[in-house]
Design a protein around this ligand. Structure first.
Ligand code: ATP
Ligand code: MG
Length: 229
């Protein structure tokens, strides 16, 4: 296994459109994300956080520059190979949780496992283990509307963890949560990095979050500001 950072972005540029209406979303961004660490991308609305997160996770490709996942440049891989890496190694957690409304918490966690062809017994075992890990052992049969925002976000985290990824990308995971619940979710994210060795990279506007993460990268108009921690 590689010993360097799990993800390394080098000179990443991303523009949308062309000519006079082109938008420069990212200009020469280089950074590293390490296993066992909670990394934050912060910046104002429109600074390029989501664009960068999508490129780090192989959901989008840069116009220039490279992203190395485990020392392998993923920016030029064929789509099928990229999809395989995403499914096997990367989990996603979103601001609006992205849970299926008609499925219970356990069924939501099991869904990607089912799509990955994991056998029934192991699906059960993994979904129950990770829901218990995030403190929802008594909520497994509840549907999303019966869960609080924090519980829904923890369900989404359990769903990502059950796939045993090496990297979890979280776009504004506390954006719809109040201050106390945000702090609880962040504590949990940090504990997950420590206990499983997974790398977690999140985006946020919230200055209060900065003290709770290991590494902060600030984005201003698509450029990286000086690293703060
Ligand atoms: N698909 C797209 N087509 C055109 N422009 C885009 C596209 N995606 C993003 N942009 C532009 O790129 C810039 C960066 O957007 P991005 O969504 O990365 O910002 P952000 O920091 O995540 O903002 P927010 O905090 O509001 O989520 C913005 O100017 C945005 O309008
Ligand atoms: Mg965004």
């Amino acid at each position: 296994m590689a010993t360097g950072p799990l993800v390394r972005a080098v000179g990443v540029e991303r523009t949308f459109g062309s000519g006079p209406t082109a938008v420069w979303a990212l200009r020469g961004v280089s950074l590293e994300i390490e296993g066992g660490r909670l990394t934050a991308l912060k910046g104002r609305s429109g600074s390029g956080k989501t664009t960068l997160l999508n490129i780090l996770g192989g959901l989008d490709r840069p116009n220039a520059g490279a992203v190395y996942f485990d020392d392998r440049d993923i920016t030029k891989l064929p789509e099928a190979e990229l999809t395989r890496i995403r499914l096997r190694s990367i989990g996603y957690v979103f601001q609006s949780f992205g849970l299926m409304p008609l499925l219970s918490a356990r069924e939501n966690v099991e869904l990607p496992l089912r799509m990955a062809g994991i056998p029934h017994k192991e699906r059960r075992e993994r979904s129950e283990r990770w829901l218990a890990y995030v403190g929802l052992e008594k909520r497994m049969k509840h549907r999303p509307y019966e869960l609080s925002g924090g519980e829904q976000q923890r369900t989404a985290l359990a769903r990502a963890l059950a796939m045993q990824p090496r990297l979890i990308l979280a776009d504004e995971p506390t954006g719809e949560l109040d201050t106390t619940t945000s702090a609880q979710v962040l504590d949990l994210l940090k504990r997950v990095t420590r206990e499983t060795g997974v790398a977690i990279c999140l985006t946020t506007h919230d200055p209060a979050i900065m003290e709770m993460v290991d590494v902060v990268y600030g984005l201003v108009d698509g450029r990286l500001a000086r690293e703060e921690q």
